[in-house]
Structures are given as C-alpha cells and as structure tokens.
Write a protein that binds this ligand. Structure first.
Ligand code: PBG
Length: 324
C-alpha cells in the first residue's frame, strides 16, 4: 500500500496526535547530573565555558544536590578538585580528600540520592595524566592498584556507584576485586567503557583543572575512528564485572551507543560531555540557535540511539521542562 492511501502526515496533525505515536520519552529518571567539588566554604565559582555550572565548596554542593533531587533527578556524578596535586595523585584516595568529604556530606543530608564518583587520577596528579608516569610514559599496571584504592576509599565514604574513567586495561577487575575484598560486594561499577580521545572534553578540563601538562590522552583513550574496537572494550569491561557500561562522548558516537545497546544486555549510559554542552550555550549566546529546543533534541537523540542513562550538564534545565 502506498500513496495516496498511505499518508504519514495523518499522525502529525496536532501535538496530541504526535504524542500518541511518540517513540522516545525522556524523563528526569534517565539523568545523572555532574558536580565539581572544591575545598573551602561559601565557594560557587562559575566555569566560564560552562555557563550555569560551578566549582563549589561542599556546603554549596549539598544545596545543589538537594535542588537536583527535588527536580526528580535520581543521581549525581562527583568530580573533585584537590588542594594539592602530586605525582601519584594522593588526594584521590585520601581519607579526608575533597571527594570523600563531599560524598559524606551529601549522603548525610540526602541519603536517597545516588552518589556516583568519577574514579580517575587526572584531577589529582601534577602532570594531569590518568595514570602513573615513568620516563614520560603512562604505565598501565602500576596505575591499577591506585585506582582500586581510590574506588575503595569512595565506597568507604559512602559512594553508591563508582565510575572509572581512566581507560587503563584491567581497571574494572582490579576495582571489582578490591571492592569485594573490602566487603563492598553491592557497590556497582559504571565503567567508562568506550571512551574516546575527544576534543569535546575541552571545557571540562578547565572545570576540573585536569589538562595534561605534556602530550595527550591518545595512548589510553580510544581513536575516534574506531567502532569495532568499542565493542571489544565494552565486552572486556563486562567480563571484568561492569554493571553499567558507558559510551563517551555521546553525539559524535550515537552509532556506538546503538551498537553497544544491540550487542549487550546491560544498562548503557552515554555522557553528553562538556563540549557538547558548551557549543549549544555559545550558539545561544550569539542568538544563532534555539537553546531549549536544541537541548531537548540532543537529549532525545541520545536516548533514541539506545542510552538508558544520560550524564548531562543539562539535567536540571531539561528536568524543569519535563516536569511541566
Ligand atoms: C577524567 C574525565 C574527563 C571527563 C570525565 N572524566 C576528562 C578527560 O578524560 O580528559 C570529561 C567530561 C566532560 O567533558 O564533560 N578522566
């Protein structure tokens, strides 16, 4: 049967017609909202390239987390900016580190809110790389025990989920083993499984003060040209014990989200990263685009591609629109 019997415009006549046949529904339930914690009190410093996002001291982080939860968003992702950085990123696994304090404060005030922590060294190392360095090389295996130590210290502070973002080989099993050994058998791992060496992380590195001091991350993060390799990365992380697998960034990698969703039967997360956020904010500031419509279109496309969870700096703005 074809035209004129078939007319696809019939079901697009009004918003209510469109609602009836809409295939993808966004919900605040899908969102994870990233927050940046710094030492001090009363600090709320806007990140210039990420309008509406802040480096915040713990008192303000708790307020923001409360607001996030009240908008129906079930989860936040925490990043920490330490007081001191060193070769081995020791504040990453310090008992009184910034993240450890932030987790405790949030869980104390809003126990139901799921606190996810980014497990990585780059914010804490003086060289800004995600691993241990020797003679200018990023070493894989010696990094694993530090990541495992970091994940355990997050769990001890009360983290609900740990999210390794370093892209060292074998980190998921190192973290799973360490968590289990310490009794954290119920702490899930959300692995940044297919994480690409992307230009879209630029604004984040300003926010987290984690730009590498030499070289780049291309010896550990993935080559943007590769798709089949993403399937291998994800398969390995699942074998090693990942509970949720993430594709990052989202927009230039919708094909990867789609493939991962079709290939594996576990929750798929996608990170709508800083650069994807900032270009929309910048375009809106220039008056060139309709910010709200573009935000909702982008988030819908990530969900339509197959993401069950979306990490996004738009979480609060989108939740406000979805609530009405
Ligand atoms: C840390 C980390 C990064 C992001 C999340 N965790 C930066 C990087 O790998 O350089 C990027 C997040 C974003 O751009 O929004 N390894």
């Amino acid at each position: 049967m074809s035209f004129p019997k078939q007319r696809l415009r019939r079901m697009r006549q009004t918003e209510n017609f469109r609602k009836l046949v809409r295939e993808t529904q966004l919900s605040p339930d899908d969102f994870i909202y990233p927050l940046f914690a710094v030492h001090g009190k009363g600090i709320k410093k806007e990140i210039p390239s990420m309008p509406g996002n802040y480096q915040q001291s713990i008192d303000n982080i708790v307020k923001d987390a409360k607001e996030t939860y009240s908008l129906g968003i079930p989860s936040v992702l925490l990043f920490g900016i330490p007081e001191h950085k060193d070769q081995l990123g020791s504040e990453a696994y310090a008992k009184k580190g910034i993240i450890q304090q932030a987790i405790k404060a949030i869980k104390d005030k809003i126990p139901e809110l799921i606190v996810i922590t980014d497990v990585c060294l780059c914010e804490y190392t003086s060289h800004g790389h995600c691993g241990v360095i020797k003679n200018g090389k990023i070493l894989n295996d010696p990094t694993l025990q530090l990541l495992a130590k970091e994940a355990v210290s997050h769990a001890k502070a009360g983290a609900d989920i740990v999210a390794p973002s370093d892209m060292m080989d074998g980190r998921v099993s190192a973290i799973r083993n360490a968590l289990d050994k310490e009794g954290f058998i119920d702490t899930p791992i959300m692995s940044y499984a297919a994480k690409y060496a992307s230009s879209f992380y630029g604004p984040f590195r300003d926010a987290a003060e984690s730009t590498p001091k030499f070289g780049d991350r291309r010896t550990y993060q993935m080559d943007p040209a590769n798709a089949r390799e993403a399937i291998r990365e994800v398969a390995l992380d699942i074998e090693e014990g990942a509970d949720i697998v993430m594709v990052k960034p989202a927009l230039s990698y919708l094909d990867i989200i789609y493939r991962v969703k079709n290939e594996f039967n576990l929750p798929v997360a996608a990170y709508n990263v800083s650069g994807e956020f900032s270009i929309i904010k910048a375009g809106a500031k220039l008056g060139w685009i309709d910010e709200k419509r573009m935000m909702m279109e982008v988030l819908t496309s990530i969900k339509r591609a197959g993401a069950d969870l979306i990490l996004t700096y738009f979480a609060k703005e989108a939740a406000k629109i979805l609530k009405v």
